[in-house]
Design a protein around this ligand. Structure first.
Ligand code: PSV
Ligand code: MN
Length: 388
């Protein structure tokens, strides 16, 4: 086993960004269930996110979704976050909820609509200039529903042109992260359906563009850890959007469906240097809590990721390399499985205690009475959801 002390050192500086939209109401196209205490505005979302950091010590930044988190004064929102011990993180663009985008946004056949979408990306960059966020995350709902609806390579051409316009406006420390998703909302063709498409566009753009791997955006059986290993090797893994899927893009709690897959991904991250000091990889949750309580759901997500990371850090890298060089197939597999089968929860509890935190963040949050407090206080107004 690799040293527990070393693993703890890495875990102490391993941060996960939480998504502002996880605190609002969400659901399926069949029903969105409201829940008491749900934030009514971005300020309340940040307050809830700050609770996740308070109890885990591992979630100091909050990803924003524009315009869901639109406010008059972003410096005021940034100050509010700071006052609560967190900061505003990645700006997520949204070019999928406007009537103009029926045929796409940055790939739309009409140049005026493409420019409207690019102007929105510029707006996100301006917000980032105020909040100090470094990453602009791009996910495009662009695609077609029927063969013959549009010209597939023409759409790639338009995509490249729109991305270039945005890239050219990036500040010296800003990055563009291009997320892919194999289907939905388009069903016949999607313009950024896979990591290869994203990777090629990023390569053409330049070093400030990298791929975002949303763990829920793959067909069943896809070897996500291979994608992660490859992108790390090519230095183009920019970020993760973590969540879990049983069927498609379920957006459930990361590690819920397949904790072994999460471990395998984290092992490749570790092998590829993704936990090193100054890593360019950012770790972000992209989830919704449709029926469970949102803040405990986020806390559980953080602890699930920490457990997978801790297990990956316990893999005996030297022994693994020796086994691989010797062609010891089962020996190599044993080394991974030993680490995976280790119960790391006591070690993580110990680490939290060393950091002055409660070893069990979810239980500590439950005892805090925060949920009852916000349920009593947040009366009236319109609860936030996708679009508010
Ligand atoms: C799309 O399914 C996605 O994963 C993108 O990251 C969006 O920004 C996010 O979900 C929330 O809509
Ligand atoms: Mn995502």
């Amino acid at each position: 086993m690799a040293s527990i002390k070393e693993a703890k050192e890495v875990l102490k500086r391993f941060y996960i960004e939480v998504p502002s939209w996880a605190y609002g109401n969400s659901g399926t196209r069949f029903k969105v269930f409201a829940s008491p205490g749900t934030p009514r505005d971005p300020f309340e979302k940040i307050a809830d996110a700050a609770q996740v950091h308070k109890f885990t010590g591992a979630a100091p930044s909050v990803a924003m979704h524009i315009p869901w988190d639109k406010v008059e004064d972003y410096s005021k929102l940034a100050q509010h976050a700071k006052d609560l011990g967190v900061r505003l993180g990645t700006a997520n663009s949204n070019t999928f909820q406007d009537d103009d985008y029926k045929l796409g946004s940055v790939c739309h056949p009409d140049a005026k609509i493409r420019q409207k979408a690019v102007d929105h990306l510029y707006e996100c960059l301006e917000i980032m200039n105020i909040t100090g966020a470094q990453d602009l995350k791009l996910w495009f709902a662009d695609g077609t529903n029927y063969p013959g609806q549009d010209d597939l390579s023409g759409r790639q051409e338009r995509l490249a042109e729109s991305l270039r316009k945005c890239y050219d406006r990036l500040g010296p420390n800003q990055r563009m992260l291009l997320e892919y998703k194999f289907f939905e909302p388009a069903f016949y063709s999607t313009d950024v359906p896979d990591w290869g498409t994203s990777y090629v566009h990023c390569l053409e753009l330049g070093p400030k563009a990298a791929v975002c791997v949303d763990t829920g955006h793959h067909a069943p059986g896809t070897n996500i850890e291979y994608i992660v290993a490859f992108l790390l090797w090519k230095k183009r893994l920019g970020a993760f959007d973590f969540n879990s899927r049983f069927y498609a893009d379920d957006d459930l709690i990361v590690g819920a469906a397949d904790p072994f897959q999460l471990f395998r991904i984290m092992h490749e991250v570790n092998q590829g240097g993704g936990f090193d000091v100054g890593t360019p990889v950012s770790y972000v949750l992209d989830q919704c809590h449709n029926i469970e309580d949102k803040i405990p759901g986020q806390i559980r997500s953080i602890t699930n990721v920490q457990e997978a990371v801790a297990k990956a850090l316990l893999v005996d890298a030297d022994a693994l390399m020796k086994a691989q060089v010797a062609g010891d197939i089962l020996g190599g597999n044993d080394i991974l499985m030993d680490a995976y089968n280790t119960d790391v929860r006591p070690m993580l509890g110990e680490l939290r205690a060393e950091q002055g935190l409660d070893p069990d963040p979810k239980a500590a949050f439950a005892r805090s009475g925060y949920l009852a407090k916000i349920s009593a206080e947040r009366i009236g107004g319109k609860q936030a959801g996708w679009g508010a």
